[in-house]
Design a protein around this ligand. Structure first.
Ligand code: HEC
Length: 450
């Protein structure tokens, strides 16, 4: 993997002594946090503390999801030479910060908002729901990594940190729908995301397809500030729970409380597609297409985070490209492996393990998961065969499960299978069992397979 400008590695010696009194960035400043006389200390004080720690701090749900705390005491150990939580970045061999190699450092990708850095889905751009760092700040971090990600050196031009030039980003452009006969588009028109608010909602849409459709590629594009855009079908939902078409069902009321009625259909969701990156292009393996049955209806789920003090617009598109059934060599289906025997005694952590054995040869090429509020960790292992016990997937946030594309599809012979190992923390005084409401628990492996 190479980046357009990764070759321009140069250092500016001698500038370490430049003292930017105006920024309060001088080593002897009485107000300065300790460690400010190092490049990493400057990154902490001038970038991580003001723009990242709101989320990446111990106990915050975003820190749990990302598995990354950037609190001053642990930021260096948690970044440098550590494997990322992002399953795709990990599979690509990236580290959060790989000394000397910005182009193999997930941190660097997360900070570059330009589209050319995001051919792979490494998730959201950082700072999520805020404004991009300046050109100078990003360059300071790039030079810090390129120089070896030292903890003690102070040899990078500190004037970069005072630069306020925003990166030159292409303005957001709506995604053009697929040409007639080559697919369909699902879109969520522009909507307001209030200041300092997380807006997540569902809209149930009828596709109106008289025949089966065969999807071979999903392209998604979202306006900045997006956390994810997920698309579900509803399986087995009783009539009272099935939402009306085209109604916007917000998960959160404006005061931050949850709207449980609008959330009720979530219990019947089966993952169909989605993306966490602002722009993504997922191509099914050659000759493989996902069958979408006639008269399908889909629950569209955009999620936006606004950390700024002004309202901004959200907008999301997903193009489903279809192929003629004659071109499909293998019809893919959504995998739905649910464990319905879950019993969680009160006030303790319980790990529930369940193996799903295949009775036909099954090739899996995408994995994601589903658990509820008390779920802490969802691990998927291979069961049987030469790779018995190997962990292929891990997710730590019930509300935002990781989606893993297996570039090397995983073929399971008859008798082999997948094991879900799910850890729940029942903090209540009552036993919790399997069930559909958000008070109950679930443990489902979703994915694509043929
Ligand atoms: C509004 C909350 C929020 C803010 C602010 C934020 N992040 Fe994140 N960050 C997240 C979430 C959620 C994830 C996990 C999902 C993802 O990677 O898309 C994440 C993931 C990451 C990851 C990847 C971790 C891994 O191992 O996969 C890095 C690196 C990161 N953030 C760095 C930063 C930096 C640097 C800043 C500040 C410039 C920042 N974040 C600001 C919410 C936030």
């Amino acid at each position: 993997m190479t980046l357009a400008n990764s070759s321009s590695v140069f250092r500016v010696p001698g500038l370490a002594l430049v003292c930017l009194a105006v920024l309060g960035a001088c080593g002897g400043d009485a107000m300065a946090p300790s460690g400010l006389s190092t490049s990493f200390g400057r990154i902490q004080a001038q970038i991580l503390a003001p723009t990242c720690i709101t989320c990446h701090t111990a106990g915050n749900a975003f820190a749990t999801q990302s598995g990354l705390q950037l609190d001053p005491a642990g930021a260096y150990q948690n970044l440098v030479s550590v494997a990322p939580t992002s399953a795709t970045a990990r599979a690509d061999g990236l580290l959060r910060v790989k000394p000397f190699r910005a182009d193999s450092s997930l941190l660097y990708y997360k900070l570059r908002w330009e589209a050319q850095y995001h051919v792979r889905d490494y998730g959201n751009l950082m700072p999520l729901g805020g404004k991009s760092l300046s050109v100078g700040q990003i360059e300071f971090i790039r030079r810090w990594i390129a120089g070896g990600a030292s903890r003690s050196a102070d040899d990078i031009d500190t004037t970069l940190l005072g630069d306020a030039t925003p990166p030159a980003l292409e303005p957001f452009a709506p995604l053009a729908p697929p040409p007639a006969g080559q697919g369909f588009q699902l879109k969520i028109d522009s909507f307001a995301v209030g200041a300092q608010f997380e807006r997540e909602f569902f809209v149930y849409r009828a596709l109106g397809n008289p025949r089966s459709l065969f999807v071979s590629r999903i392209v998604a594009r979202m306006r900045p500030g997006s956390h994810h855009f997920a698309i579900y079908t509803l399986a087995g939902a009783p009539a009272p729970v099935i939402p009306g078409f085209d109604v916007v069902r917000d998960i959160r009321n404006r005061d931050g409380s949850l709207n449980l009625v609008n959330m009720a259909p979530m219990a019947y969701h089966v993952f169909l597609g989605g993306a966490m990156a602002q722009s993504s292009d997922y191509q099914f393996p050659a000759g493989v297409a996902l069958r979408v049955p006639p008269n399908t209806a889909l629950d569209l789920n955009p999620h936006y985070v606004n950390q700024t003090v002004t309202e901004f617009p959200g907008e999301a598109y997903a193009n489903f490209y279809t192929v003629d059934s004659a071109q499909v060599q293998r019809v893919a289906r959504t995998l739905n492996l649910a464990n319905t025997s879950i019993t969680l005694p009160p006030r303790q952590r319980t790990t529930v393990t369940r193996t799903f054995t295949m009775n036909t040869r099954t090739t899996v090429f995408m994995l994601t998961s589903h658990m509820h509020y008390h779920g802490e960790k969802f691990v998927i292992q291979i069961a049987g065969g030469p790779r018995n016990g190997e962990v292929v997937y891990e997710s730590r946030d019930w509300a935002h499960p990781a989606m893993l594309t297996l570039d090397q599809p995983l073929t399971l012979d008859v008798g082999q299978g997948l094991t879900s190992v799910v850890t729940y923390n029942n903090t209540t005084g009552l036993a919790i069992t399997f069930g559909l409401t958000s008070e109950d628990e679930m443990g489902i492996i979703f994915g694509y397979a043929y």
